[in-house]
Write a protein that binds this ligand. Structure first.
Ligand SMILES: [Zn+2]
Ligand SMILES: [Zn+2]
Length: 240
C-alpha cells in the first residue's frame, strides 16, 4: 500500500465500471486503506447515474470495515466557462468532487478554452481537484492551472490510470507535478479505479513523483492524517 486514501474510484453507477460499491469498500478494507472516495461520473457521461443520485448519499454508511467513506462525483466540465453537470443547488450533496473533461461529453477546443475551464472549475467552492488534467486531448496552460489551485487552496490530481492507459499524458503529468513542487501546491495521487482490484493502486504515479523528488508533505492522500486535515479545510470552505 502506497497511500492510505484513494480519492478517485468508480462503481457500476458510472455505467462503464465493473464493481459494486460494496466490492470497492471491501477491496479498500482488504488493502488497508483508511479512507475511500467514490467519484462516479457525472450524469452527462452516457450510462452514468442520473443527476439526483447524490441526493441518496446520506443513506450510505460513513464507515465500513474501518474505511471512512466519502461519496462524491467526478463531474463533467460541460462548457469552457465553468459549467458542470450538476445543478448548483445540488453541489452540497457531494462529499468530495472532481471535475474533468471527457471527449464524449465535450469536444476539445483550444488551450485557452481548456485552461479557462479548469480555472473556473477550481474557482467553484465544491470542486476539490481537476481530474486527469494532464490529458493531451485537453492541453492546458499548466502554470495557470496550478496557480488557480494555489489561489483557491485546491488540489491537483496525479492520475495513476493515465500511466497505464493514457501514456501520451505522462509528460504533462510530470510537468504538473514539477509545477506543483515549484509553487508548493498539494496533489492527490489517485487510482481512477474502474474495477475493485485497482482500488488503491497508485504505483506508477508514485514512482514518477519519487523520481522527481516530490515532497511527501504535498501529497494530501498519502496519510489518513493529512487527508483528514484537508477534509476539515474542505468542510469550512463549503460551509458544511
Ligand atoms: Zn475521467
Ligand atoms: Zn474517473
Amino acid at each position: 500500500m502506497l497511500v492510505e486514501v484513494d480519492t478517485h474510484t468508480h462503481t457500476m453507477l458510472s455505467g462503464h465500471a465493473f464493481s459494486t460499491l460494496e466490492e470497492n469498500m471491501r477491496a479498500a478494507a482488504a488493502k488497508g486503506l483508511k479512507h475511500l472516495c467514490i467519484t462516479d461520473h457525472g450524469p452527462k457521461l452516457g450510462g452514468s447515474a442520473p443527476y439526483y443520485v447524490s441526493g441518496m448519499y446520506n443513506m450510505l454508511p460513513s464507515c465500513v470495515d474501518g474505511v471512512q467513506m466519502h461519496y462524491g462525483l467526478e463531474l463533467n466540465i460541460t462548457d469552457f466557462e465553468g459549467g458542470l453537470d450538476l445543478p448548483p443547488e445540488r453541489m452540497h450533496t457531494l462529499q468530495f468532487a472532481l471535475a474533468g473533461m471527457h471527449e464524449i461529453v465535450i469536444a476539445p477546443k483550444d488551450k485557452e478554452a481548456h485552461t479557462n475551464a479548469y480555472e473556473k472549475a477550481l474557482a467553484n467552492v465544491h470542486i476539490d481537484a481537476p481530474s486527469h488534467p494532464g490529458s493531451v486531448n485537453f492541453e492546458c496552460d499548466i502554470e495557470r492551472v496550478v496557480a488557480a489551485a494555489k489561489k483557491y487552496s485546491k488540489l491537483i490530481e496525479i492520475n495513476n490510470h493515465s500511466f497505464y492507459v493514457r501514456a501520451a499524458n505522462i509528460p504533462n503529468c510530470v510537468a504538473f507535478a514539477k509545477e506543483c513542487m515549484r509553487k508548493g501546491v498539494r496533489v492527490i495521487v489517485s487510482s481512477d479505479a474502474h474495477f475493485s482490484g485497482n482500488i488503491g493502486v497508485v504505483d506508477k504515479a508514485m514512482a514518477m513523483l519519487d523520481s522527481i523528488g516530490f515532497p511527501k508533505e504535498l501529497i494530501v492522500n498519502l496519510t489518513a492524517k493529512s487527508f483528514e486535515k484537508y477534509m476539515e479545510e474542505r468542510a469550512s470552505r463549503v460551509g458544511a
